[in-house]
Ligand binder design. Structure first.
Ligand SMILES: [Zn+2]
Ligand SMILES: [Zn+2]
Length: 447
């Protein structure tokens, strides 16, 4: 198909249009520090600096070593439009903070630009740290420092008070010392600026619309190209092929829609919007192609080739009457399905024109170069799950003046074994949090 490279470009453009807005600050993007660096602290908001990260990490390490309770401390630039409770809950669930079965996880999370801090408490610690106590732990020292922009000191003190409280409930004393001198606070990036360049918020609706629009534009272009190719084609057979041709654009539109649908879902979009968009756009593309095809077929019925000499509409010699115009080789090609020949006759000036169209039902004979090569395939040994099989391919040239014939045997691959794949050996898991759950308890504060 002539438009193939163009189709691919449109497909790529459409995919690009959907991938571009697939960015934004989301709970799913907070990196699990246990996995990335072995630390308990993820400073996505860029407000702590290495010294405070080290100090807070020390608290979390000691807490886990002495009580098995896990505490993660997370800062973000902003909450991407979510409530801090929802954001915290998603991060908690994804990290699975706390030992599995004990659910003794704690998440201290702070949003720099929204100016919110929250302590999310795992199931297993809710009795030790009820919401009212969580609130007091944040208020005791941390809030004042956070309000003054001293994120490092505020979060260090919050983490310390939480850890001491948790350990105390388990009958354990922690040896956390305040640093001799408070490290210099890093200057927090300006609101709206992350340490990594700030990304656009992703909107599944917009992605769906972009992508649906891309598919429609692509379908429109494919229809225009089809019309142009139709108008350029000389002869009825050539035009019939274009009018009823394989609608590659339609197939591509559906494939692209399916891919984008799962992409949007995978990036957290709601089901309905991409579903509707990804059904409507390729649906419209299909309809447009079918509609174009119908119009072209109707036009084809009354089509007459214009005479190259005088411009008058020529008459086509009907099939069955055109044998006398065909050479023996051409007749063989038509019979084999490799070519179609058309003969036109001008009633006004008597000019004649013959047109040839390649058809795909026969191959090119290596001996006489005519499109007269047919082939039959028969199975010699059937392929099984254990071993491959053999087929015999017989190629015969239908050109009576040629007589080429060749038989060759071909190996066929084994049938892929169905059923469950072989169990793979358990892979060593990278260190992470322990698999704990949160029941949504805790406390949030604005600072
Ligand atoms: Zn003429
Ligand atoms: Zn031949």
């Amino acid at each position: 198909m002539n438009g193939k490279p163009l189709h691919c470009i449109w497909l790529l453009l459409a995919l690009g249009a959907i991938l571009l807005p697939l960015q934004g600050e989301k709970p799913e993007e907070v990196l699990n520090p246990r996995k990335t660096s072995g630390s308990y602290v993820a400073d996505g908001g860029g407000v702590l600096g290495p010294e405070y990260v080290g100090l807070i990490d020390g608290i979390c390490r000691e807490l886990q070593a002495k009580t098995t309770a896990e505490m993660a401390v997370v800062t973000v630039g902003d909450l991407g439009g979510l409530e801090i409770e929802e954001f915290a809950e998603k991060v908690f669930r994804r990290f699975a903070i706390g030992a599995k079965g004990r659910d003794n996880g704690l998440l201290l999370i702070c949003s720099r630009d929204d100016r919110f801090v929250r302590l999310e408490v795992g199931y297993g610690l809710e009795a030790d740290i009820p919401d009212a106590l969580a609130s007091r732990l944040l208020e005791r020292e941390a809030l004042a420092h956070l309000r003054a922009g001293r994120f490092g000191r505020g979060l260090f003190l919050a983490a310390r008070d939480i850890a001491v409280q948790t350990a105390g409930a388990a009958g354990v004393t922690l040896a956390i010392a305040e640093p001799a001198a408070w490290p210099t606070e890093v200057r927090p990036p300006k609101p709206g600026k992350s340490p990594q360049p700030k990304k656009k918020k992703w909107d599944p609706l917009r992605s769906s619309l972009y992508f649906g629009g891309g598919i429609l534009a692509f379908a429109l272009l494919a229809s225009v190209l089809t019309l142009r190719r139709y108008e350029k084609a000389r002869g009825r057979a050539a035009r019939a092929r274009i009018a009823g041709g394989t609608p590659a654009s339609v197939v591509l539109a559906w494939i692209a829609a399916a891919i984008s649908f799962f992409l949007i879902l995978g990036f957290g979009g709601k089901f309905l919007t991409p579903f509707v968009a990804m059904l409507a756009a390729p649906g419209a593309a299909t309809f447009a192609r079918l509609f174009t095809g119908r119009i072209l077929k109707r036009r084809l019925a009354s089509y007459r080739l214009p005479c190259a000499k005088c411009g008058a509409a020529m008459d086509m010699v009907e099939d069955g009457e055109d044998e006398k115009f065909l050479t023996e080789e051409q007749a063989a090609e038509e019979k084999a399905g490799g070519m179609d020949y058309e003969f036109w006759h001008c009633p006004k000036c008597g000019a004649e024109e013959s047109l040839a169209v390649k058809l795909g039902k026969a191959g090119v004979c290596p001996q006489c170069k005519r499109r007269t090569l047919t082939s039959t395939t028969e199975t010699v040994t059937a392929a099984t799950k254990e071993q491959g099989g053999k087929t015999r391919v017989k190629e015969t040239c239908l050109n009576p003046k040629c007589g080429y014939s060749r038989t060759r045997e071909q190996d066929t691959p084994r049938i892929a074994a169905a059923g469950p794949p072989a169990p793979s050996s358990p892979r060593p898991r990278p260190p992470s949090f322990g698999g704990g759950r949160s029941g949504g308890g805790g406390s949030s504060k604005r600072f």
